[in-house]
Design a protein around this ligand. Structure first.
Ligand SMILES: *Cc1c(COP(=O)(O)O)cnc(C)c1O
Length: 395
């Protein structure tokens, strides 16, 4: 019987007991280069690297600290090859640059993390790569495929509104046509969902969020199963010179050890807050797939093994100003981008930014909340007062 994921994540990448003792944690190995015992060793290791073995010949290839984190991320995602990059966005850019050539078409889900659109508009088109978007449905994806579609890029659930999508149905289509399916798995952080097991070719993560978990690191990762795809990613990463510091790799691994318990608590807290919001008379809708009334709930239950602390809320008859007033009145939520740390955050997202989401039917915009590890009763009190204040403020 293989050990369960929780057990494997505790032990993955631990230093081996070569001598009579070993530390619990992998050392932070800081180096810019590697020394070889003799030229024989140099040539042997150069040959092994050329054959795809991730041995380090130079600082850019990483150290044992990086290897330990890569191993833990492979456990997390059920992959064979993991690559570390300096941010989640670098993971996205690397995947797209590695897998698409000039003349190819990339089909992107319309609920995507917004900077992906900027990458597409700012870089992909300059390199002669076509980009277009589809509504989050497997049928819409199939309808938008072109003869030159090389990559389908999805995020599940979607950014801001957390639209669920049937990735299994999508993967059946992309598989049959030899198209690479790339999934941004940051919401699930590998722990709650495994795109590779569902038929995706690449799963990528902003480790900046739940994996690190303490709002003190920026890091990204890509995971693949297929050796050909892994090699394209590895070569492109090398040529772009994308490298992560050992200190950041160490911090991400340190965070990853407690990913499971943190996510479970974020989910419990978010469910309490979501239930409060859903029953509030000023609230129009709560966007959170773990809520039974969420339209994506059935798919989420089928594919995911839990929820996280991220939700959005829209209000009945609140102007954009009132939505901002609610954010300003919150005392326990920092106003800012990102999420996945231990603390609560709020971000107002205007309706103009949501219009590109095929599923958006609202008007004024939403507040996106990250529910942290504070006592949810305090967060609910904070939200109740802030919504009252905003309701009383003039539009
Ligand atoms: C934050 C985020 C990213 C980008 O990660 P960075 O480390 O901030 O570059 C990518 N995808 C999703 C879904 C994110 O939430």
């Amino acid at each position: 019987m293989p050990n369960s994921l929780d057990t494997r994540l505790i032990h993955a990448g631990q230093p081996p007991l070569d001598e009579q003792t070993a530390p619990v944690n992998v050392p932070v190995v800081r180096t810019s280069t590697v020394r070889f015992s003799d030229t024989d060793a140099l040539y042997t290791l150069q040959r092994r690297r050329a054959e795809g073995d991730p041995v380090s010949l130079y600082g850019r290839h990483g150290t044992q600290t990086h290897r330990a984190l890569e191993q833990a991320i492979c456990e997390l995602e059920g992959g064979r090859h993991a690559y570390l990059v300096p941010s989640g966005l670098a993971a996205i850019s690397l995947a797209l640059l590695a897998l698409a050539d000039p003349g190819d078409h990339i089909l992107v889900i319309d609920s995507v993390y917004q900077p992906v659109r900027k990458f597409d508009d700012g870089i992909a088109r300059r390199f002669g790569i076509e980009v277009s978007y589809f509504n989050p449905s497997a049928q819409a994806m199939e309808d938008h495929l072109r003869p030159n579609t090389k990559v389908v890029y999805a995020e599940c659930p979607g950014s801001i509104l957390f639209e669920m999508i049937d990735l299994r149905a999508m993967a059946e289509v992309t598989r049959a046509r030899g198209i690479a399916l790339v999934v941004d798995n940051t919401w699930a952080s590998g722990y709650l969902f495994n795109p590779l097991a569902t038929g995706a070719d690449v799963s990528l993560l902003a480790g900046t969020k739940y994996i690190s978990g303490h709002s003190d690191v920026m890091i990204g990762a890509l995971v693949a199963k297929d050796a050909g795809i892994a090699q394209r990613i590895s070569r492109t990463q090398d040529l772009l010179g994308l490298v992560v510091s050992s200190d950041d790799a160490y911090l991400a691994l340190r965070g990853l050890r407690t990913l499971g318990v943190r996510l479970a608590q974020h989910e419990r807290n978010a469910l309490e807050v979501a239930a409060f919001l859903a029953s509030h008379d000023k609230v129009e809708r709560v966007y959170y797939p773990p809520l039974p009334e969420d339209p994506g709930h059935a798919l989420w239950r089928r594919d995911f093994r839990g929820g996280n602390g991220l939700l959005s809320v829209s209000f009945r008859d609140f102007s954009t100003r009132q939505i901002d007033a609610a954010a300003d009145a919150l005392k326990l939520f920092g106003i800012g981008a990102s999420w996945g740390g231990y603390e609560s955050l709020v971000l107002p997202v205007g309706g103009d930014r949501l219009d590109v989401h095929g599923g958006w039917k609202g008007k004024g915009g939403v507040l996106r909340l990250h529910i942290g590890l504070e006592d949810p009763k305090d967060l609910i009190d904070d939200l109740r007062l802030a919504i009252d204040r905003a309701a009383a403020s003039t539009a």
